[in-house]
Design a protein around this ligand. Structure first.
Ligand code: HEC
Length: 477
């Protein structure tokens, strides 16, 4: 038996060379004294593999069409054998993967492991971080409930502020001007083919570089990195003190991986997948739309920043943040690695962690909810009893806009006060906004007829601080 196995391996080695490669990788020396801090990279990889397996299972039953998405998710959750467990696993592992990749990035940053010769390890890692977030984002859109659709609208709104190409970028994401069936197939393609493909390729490069450059040794204060001498030193150091990767170093990764998968199975089995929220519709105002928790801080920041600059701030802020992360090792690839000697690095990590944490807590507690007790506007406030403006005012109430928006002191406060909105937004801007919705505002494209939309817009255009001059009175075409 043993002989046959040996013969088979020899055959494979002769034809492919793979056996030798695996043996070299497993036996390659690694620095001694690696701690539990080093398990997060392999755990992120494991989480990704769990996502691939559970994702393929889900993908075989999910239907990427607005009405069917909802039903197929219900089928998966309630009827398919082990469907609830698989969906639960996919959702919990998504959360786990974000936490793990976050800790992995923080650890690598604090340990200065991005310095020479591991600059490209870090840069491919930053790409993996960005694509992991993109997976989380596109994934929640596939549920195609309130949260998913509204998140899409936030994304489009944010990208529309990118200079020059913003509008095209927004249209590219939506696959058109409004959120509809093409949008969903578009995001399905990203989530299932494009981004995972990129992640696979980059993981390949990332792991190759981990082997080629070696795992970084635990940092020590007073042992700075000097590109001129580092490689020779590291080589010598491994020869003197290195231990074989298998089994001396890998047991921690293996143990942590087993605990991780067991923990996720328990969460998926006991708590299960997130409820599929109501489909996006103004009839479902009582649902409290929230993005998945890892994006809540972003929504909270949007709500807190003064209107007008918030999206510039976020686009500019997140753009600069990722570019900064990406080029970090090109700016500082030498010197001390120990965090004890790098107060700036520690300070930056503290600011980011507390900032995102505080915004998340704020976002989770935000008490914004629509006011259902609102009474219709009086004719006096509307300023007309017949015609499009009066009809628009009535629709404004009937379609639920009033529950979220105040006019002349009456109405909910979830959205901005619209008393003088006619001063601020043009007819086209109003149509765009109502059809597409916004942060915490549902999209009305599918629920208002063209005619109703025009009447509401006529009403909103009549809301001005001073009475509009006669020639500017909006007409309904
Ligand atoms: C669930 C609450 C909610 C409902 C219902 C709602 N909105 Fe909104 N609306 C908001 C929020 C929140 C914003 C701010 C969104 C943003 O900044 O992206 C907003 C923004 C707007 C704006 C832009 C205001 C500005 O100052 O830029 C207009 C116009 C508007 N809504 C009109 C309507 C109309 C018309 C309806 C009914 C057809 C409606 N809304 C229904 C919550 C709501």
């Amino acid at each position: 038996m043993k002989q046959r196995l040996g013969a088979a391996l020899a055959w494979l080695e002769d034809r492919t060379g793979l056996v030798g490669i695996v043996r070299t990788v497993m036996q390659h020396p690694v620095p001694p004294g690696a701690t539990w801090w080093y398990v997060f990279g392999s755990a992120t990889l494991l989480a990704f593999l769990v996502q691939v397996v559970t994702g393929v299972v889900l993908g075989s039953m999910y239907v990427p069409a607005p009405d069917d998405a909802y039903r197929s998710l219900e089928f998966i959750t309630n009827d398919a054998p082990a469907g609830r467990l698989v969906r639960g696993m996919h959702a919990w592992t998504a959360t786990a993967m974000i936490v793990l990749i976050g800790i992995h990035a923080l650890q690598v940053f604090l340990f200065g492991s991005y310095k020479y010769p591991r600059e490209v390890n870090w840069m491919t890692g930053v790409l993996l971080l960005a694509f992991t977030l993109a997976m989380a984002f596109t994934g929640q859109i596939l549920r195609f409930d309130n949260n998913g659709v509204w998140s899409t609208i936030v994304l489009v709104k944010m990208t529309s502020y990118v200079p020059v190409i913003g509008d095209d970028l927004g249209r590219f994401f939506l696959a058109g001007d409004v959120v509809n069936a093409s949008t969903l197939s578009h995001f399905f393609t990203f989530h299932v083919f494009v981004i995972p493909g990129l992640i696979f390729a980059i993981i390949g490069i990332h792991l190759y570089l981990v082997i080629r450059n070696g795992i970084s040794e635990p940092p020590e204060a007073g042992r700075p990195v000097d590109p001129a001498t580092y490689r020779a030193w590291y080589h010598d150091y491994l020869r003197r003190e290195g231990v074989p990767f298998w089994p001396d170093a890998i047991w921690r990764d293996a143990l942590f991986g087993v605990l991780l998968v067991v923990g996720l199975l328990v969460l998926a089995g006991v708590i299960g997948p997130p409820e599929v929220g109501a489909p996006p519709s103004p009839a479902n105002l009582d649902t409290n739309p929230r993005p998945d928790w890892y994006f809540i801080w972003l929504f909270a920041a949007l709500a807190l920043l003064p209107p007008g600059i918030e999206f510039y701030f976020l686009i500019l802020g997140s753009g600069l943040f990722f570019i900064g992360l990406f080029i970090l090792p090109l700016l500082a690839n030498r010197g001390e690695r120990s965090w004890k000697m790098r107060p700036w690095a520690v300070g930056i990590v503290c600011v980011i962690v507390t900032g995102v944490g505080a915004l998340t807590v704020y976002g989770l507690q935000a008490p914004w909810s629509p006011d259902f007790a609102t009474q219709p506007l009086s004719a006096e406030v509307v300023g007309a009893t017949t015609g499009p403006v009066a009809n628009g005012a009535q629709l404004f109430h009937e379609k639920g806009c009033h529950y979220c928006h105040r006019i002349a002191g009456s109405g909910g406060q979830r959205g901005p006060d619209l008393t003088t909105i006619g001063d601020k937004l043009s007819e086209n801007e109003l149509i765009w906004r109502i059809a597409n919705g916004g942060v915490n505002m549902p999209s009305f494209a599918g629920t208002l007829t063209q005619h109703e939309l025009r009447e509401i817009v006529a009403f909103l255009q009549s809301r001005r601080s001073a009475p509009a001059p006669a020639q500017n009175v909006p007409t309904v075409r």
